[in-house]
Design a protein around this ligand. Sequence first.
Ligand SMILES: [Zn+2]
Length: 285
Amino acid sequence: MNYNKYKLKSNVFLSEIGADYLPIVRFYQLIKFPDILHFITTRQGGFSEKPFHSFNLASHVGDREEHVFRNREQLAAALCIPAKNFIFAQQEHGTNILITNFKKDVIDNNNFTKSDKVGDAFLTDDKGICLLIFVADCVPVLFFDYRKRVIGLAHAGWKGTIGLISQKTVQLMQSHYGCSVQDIICGLGPSIGPCCYEVGEEVLDKARDSFSDDLNHLIHHEPSKNQYFFDLWQANKVQLLKCGIPEENIALANICTSCHSDLFFSNRKEKGYTGRFAAGIMLRE
Ligand SMILES: [Zn+2]
């Protein structure tokens, strides 16, 4: 496949890893830190059949369990880590942030395909835990404090974004781990862009409550069709800036999943019948 058009994006690049040349996206701003592993998968290179073709990593969307399992095994092999080190949760579009622990969540974990955890963001300072978030239009937000060696990962769809999950994740990094905002690098991965994310009254009303000062920058009105588009990328970036994270520490992938549904799953574009790709981050052992 020709990935050249995606390599032109400013903050991310595509590479192929492992014996199977699995394509993944990485941030330039995070790849320079050798003590973390991070990645965003694509929909290419897996075993799942339509409409989950082919690298679906989520088991809750109706795909065959053995295909999801094989895809996860393939990802683990390409990353050179055990599949049991993947830590994920039942995502519910909320703002519950889970603090994870290597012994409790990896060594004592006997179920690698389902999770009994419920939450939409993770934090850890333990090495060897590969945090995973599954998405198909929602914004995956990666966090790394390079001084305290703390990693985080959040799932920000419209509900999580309006619930200020990015801001809450940073605040918990500060209160739980003593992180300084100057030391936190953030990456906002491929997700539905302001070009395609048309929203209705319910989202507009709630966005007004959460982002009153910034609303004009976050909602674009198309008068000819009376359509409203919500900018999830900027709505999460605004939260990070308000926490005090320097703008140069925030990297946007600027890749719209709906415009690029050949490379990523897009729930909106595929009308709800599709798979999930994953964002992941791990402190290396
Ligand atoms: Zn788009």
